[in-house]
Design a protein around this ligand. Structure first.
Ligand code: ADP
Length: 458
């Protein structure tokens, strides 16, 4: 499987996982919302029925007759209710107005039962197919033959007289029962409406989640893909860099092996070439190892306060000889007060020495290099300025890449591996610093390193 396929598969897998997890979260929250909505509607509906029943119960109880045959009196106090076995007036009634004042008069129905559960009276709009006998359960839901659901509430009625009679003679604790019911048609329609919204909205939301998962997984894979490509490029470059000195070394060794006894005097020169190539290889490998150890931050050493004044003066001294040999004037400007930064001393030495070595390598004879150290606010600035060949503006962003050389031919002549500035950049990043370059072709370059000064030592 090539890397492209591998990344595509990983992206698909990531997108599927993301869409799956989002889908589960969406369904759970959707289902929860649906349940909460239905529950809230149901509770409101029951509250409404209960409050109507309560109002009727309280207004009826004081005027209920104690009679065993209350029909006549009921007709007097509730003339609008239909009495069982008598013709029914279907005009809107007082009771209906009681209930329909709260809601549509066709929504509610009322029934009165005696204490034995025998139906006495009912509102004319009551649902058909209602049983004539009482089911005393407080809440009941039932379905009529035409499929409409009803919900009803039943409560006991006591009359003032009954209380009195019951206490003394009667074994019946109540006068009878009042039953308030209503159709669940609007409620069921609302539930169906919500179900439809979810049925259409959920696949739509899932589709959006799938599209955004694909897009997000692409975004997530991007840096990994880039880093993978960089790694591959690095491996190819490293192999290429190692191959050239190795090939040249092997060719020289072969030539030595074939040297005629008469040309023995050439052998020391050839061995010097072998040594030079060997050193170059070893230098390259050391740089590669250093770079990888800096980037992985494998150093067990803790950051310590490092005196930059000492560092600059040591390195100026160290490179003075090389500068003189190249006919370059090397000067340094170090302030009297000590400037400290927290870091790895070895790495900071390496960082500044790479900058100075580059300045010497890329400055022709007769040029000048100035190394300066200063502190502004809480930041220390190390500047390496040369009057060398300069770097074209288009190349400046690329010089910190591994193995990148502006001019390969010239760079190889100076013995550069193309890793010097990559190491500088890596060390700067480990130390939380900032590195910048200003350069003009044939005028010179200035590399500026900013590091946070260590406050304790200021
Ligand atoms: P090298 O080992 O080739 O010097 P570096 O990573 O140190 O590699 O530098 C990368 C490239 O940046 C060099 O090839 C060179 O062209 C350019 N460069 C670095 N420092 C300077 C400088 N002071 N003046 C001009 N060019 C420079």
């Amino acid at each position: 499987m090539n890397s492209h396929q591998l990344f595509r598969r990983s992206r698909i897998r990531l997108a599927l996982w993301y869409a799956g997890v989002m889908g589960v979260i969406l369904s759970l929250s959707g289902f929860g919302m649906y349940r909460a909505l239905v529950q809230a509607n149901w509770a409101a509906l029951e509250r409404e029925i209960e409050s109507i029943a309560g109002t009727l119960h309280d207004s009826l109880e004081p005027i209920l007759p104690a009679s065993e045959d209350p029909t006549a009196i009921l007709q007097q106090i509730l003339p609008e209710l239909c009495l069982v076995g008598q013709p029914c007036n279907t005009n809107p009634t007082l009771i209906q107005r009681h209930t329909t004042g709260i809601s549509d008069r066709n929504t509610y129905y009322i029934r009165l039962f005696d204490h034995q559960g025998k139906l006495l009276a009912f509102s004319p709009n009551q649902a058909s197919h209602l049983t004539q006998t009482l089911n005393p359960a407080t809440w009941q839901t039932w379905r009529s033959a035409d499929g409409i659901r009803y919900h009803q509430f039943t409560t006991i009625l006591h009359s003032a007289n009954t209380h009195h009679v019951t206490a003394k003679t009667s074994s019946h604790p109540s006068w009878g029962y009042i039953q308030i019911g209503r159709t669940l048609e609007p409620f069921d329609a609302e539930v169906r409406r919500v179900q439809w919204i979810f049925a259409i909205g959920f696949p739509l939301a899932l589709g959006l989640v799938a599209v955004s998962s694909w897009w997000l997984s692409g975004l997530a894979m991007q840096p990994i893909y880039q880093s993978y490509q960089q790694q591959q490029q690095f491996t190819a470059n490293a192999a290429h860099e190692l191959r050239s000195p190795l090939a040249s070394l092997l060719a020289t060794v072969e030539a030595i092996l074939r040297v005629q006894p008469s040309n023995q005097q050439d052998i020391p020169t050839m061995l010097q070439t072998v040594e030079r190539q060997g050193r170059r290889l070893s230098h390259l490998i050391a740089d590669l190892l250093l770079l990888s150890s800096i980037e992985q931050n494998t150093s067990s050493e803790q950051f310590k306060p490092c005196c930059l004044n000492d560092l600059i003066s040591d390195l100026s001294e160290e490179f003075l000889e090389l500068a003189v040999a190249s006919d370059i004037k090397l000067s340094s400007h170090i302030p009297a007060h000590l400037i400290y930064v927290l870091g790895h001393e070895q790495q900071l030495y390496r960082l500044v020495s790479n900058l100075i070595a580059n300045a010497i390598h890329y400055t022709p004879s007769g040029g000048c290099i100035n190394i300066s150290l200063e502190q502004r606010d809480r930041t220390s600035f190390i500047t390496v300025k040369d009057t060398g060949i300069g770097i074209p503006p288009t190349e400046q962003p690329r010089i910190f890449e591994r193995f990148y050389r502006v001019d390969s031919a010239r760079s190889c002549k100076t013995g550069g591996t193309g890793l010097g500035l990559a190491i500088v950049q890596a060390i700067t990043q480990v130390h939380g610093g900032k590195l910048s370059v200003e350069s003009q072709l044939d005028q010179g370059s200035t590399f500026t390193l900013q590091l946070a000064a260590h406050p304790l030592q200021m």
